[in-house]
Design a protein around this ligand. Structure first.
Ligand code: PLP
Ligand code: COI
Length: 369
């Protein structure tokens, strides 16, 4: 649903939160933010209707959303979201990483979920508007950031099954430290042999809540087996690697080639795309292709596959030390000199403004420029 009549800019109104946290309270949270537990004082809210398009953009106090019990999202899960981070640079300025790529992915997710198209300019402006009021929530400690969560859902109170004619788009923000509590220590992955994440023609390539809802029971199985994340295989043949519950996966061969699944039913990660670009810049070969679980098992046994890592906005790059399944276990000995950690360092150096951004990936979000 393209908005052909969308104006180029939106005039936001600002409604200050009278209960905004005092500096001391905020500082206490920023000292140990964890992941996804704390939220800033404000949020963006923009309405959409089939007749009026995008309208009533505002920044308002973070707080409960009024919703009819008949709101379509509660029944039919017509919802999409994005995830990106705001990084504090040494000089105090605030930047995001490839936000146009998140905007474009949200447009693709919207198309799949029959939700309205949010123009890239609106997406970017919504981030800037939130940073304008909540910029003090971007932490300064190493490896911390402000995780930005734009999302959109069907608000219309209607139980007929069709695309909603009333939708709202929001952005909330949450200060973030490490996603995995073990920091840079290698993570362990559980191979699900019971559940699939997505099927052919399904919603696997969209960032939509249902994909995560269906992953939860498999993720619980991973925890029960002492693992941090779950790995899904393709649903047709139960043979080829797809992705983790909330991250993409990359394997590294002994000659330094990076292998990563090519599939219509996985989320095209912006972190993965960037890491692969950085690896190519260094002269590594990259293969985006079907990778069977047997190839990984055989490669780990023969020494052909020497590393594996997970990557995503929340997790950044996490080396995989162990892959476990019902009847097998693979381990990779990940040293401090691993390619995964070196690419992670290079990526975060760009994100935090410590090295030159030769690809033009960074966009400043605060207004002092
Ligand atoms: N795959 C899934 C299922 C995810 O939830 C994420 C995280 O957003 C990713 C991959 C990685 O995407 P990105 O690097 O754009 O955050
Ligand atoms: C992200 O990395 O942005 C995600 O949405 C994944 C989730 C595990 C937090």
């Amino acid at each position: 649903m393209k908005n052909l009549l969308a104006p180029r800019t939106l005039e936001f109104t600002h409604h200050h939160n009278p209960a905004a946290l005092a500096e001391m309270e905020r500082a206490e949270i920023l000292a140990d933010p964890g992941f996804g537990k704390h939220f800033t004082d404000h949020m963006v809210d923009i309405c959409w209707s089939a007749r009026g398009g995008w309208h009533r953009p505002r920044v308002q106090p973070f707080g409960p959303i009024e919703l009819s019990p008949a709101a379509a999202v509660l029944h039919y899960a017509q919802e999409i979201f994005e995830g990106l981070k705001a990084y504090r640079h040494q000089d105090g300025s605030i930047w995001s990483f490839r936000p146009e790529a998140n905007a474009a992915r949200m447009q693709r997710s919207a198309a799949r979920l029959a939700l309205p198209d949010l123009p890239t300019e609106y997406f970017i402006e919504s981030l800037k508007q939130l940073i304008a009021v909540d910029g003090d929530w971007v932490p300064t400690a190493p490896d911390t950031s402000l995780y930005l969560r734009p999302f959109m859902f069907a608000k219309e109170a209607f139980l007929g099954v069709r695309a909603a004619e009333k939708v709202n788009y929001y952005v909330i923000a949450s200060p973030a430290g490490a996603y995995f509590t073990g920091g840079l220590a290698p993570v362990s992955i559980w191979l699900s042999s019971t559940y699939s994440r997505a099927g052919k023609g399904g919603t696997g390539a969209a960032k939509t809540g249902g994909n995560y809802a269906s992953s939860l029971v498999a993720q619980a199985e991973a925890y029960d087996n002492g693992c941090d994340q779950v790995l899904f295989l393709d649903s047709e043949e139960n043979t080829y690697l797809e992705e983790l519950g909330g991250m993409n996966i990359v394997l590294v061969t002994k000659d330094g080639t990076l292998l990563t699944p090519h599939s219509d039913s996985i989320l095209e990660g912006i972190t993965r795309d960037s890491i692969l670009q950085l690896a190519e810049d260094r002269g590594h070969r990259v293969e985006r292709r079907a990778i069977s679980i047997q190839e990984w098992k055989d490669g780990a046994a023969s020494g052909e596959i020497v590393e594996a890592f997970a990557c995503g906005t929340a997790a950044v790059v996490a080396p995989i030390g162990t892959l476990k399944g019902v009847d097998f276990e693979i381990t990779h000995d990940i040293g401090a000199d691993s390619l995964a950690l070196s690419l992670r360092q290079e990526l975060t150096d760009i994100q935090y403004g410590r090295v030159e951004d030769v690809h033009g990936w960074m966009m400043r979000l605060d207004s002092a420029q």
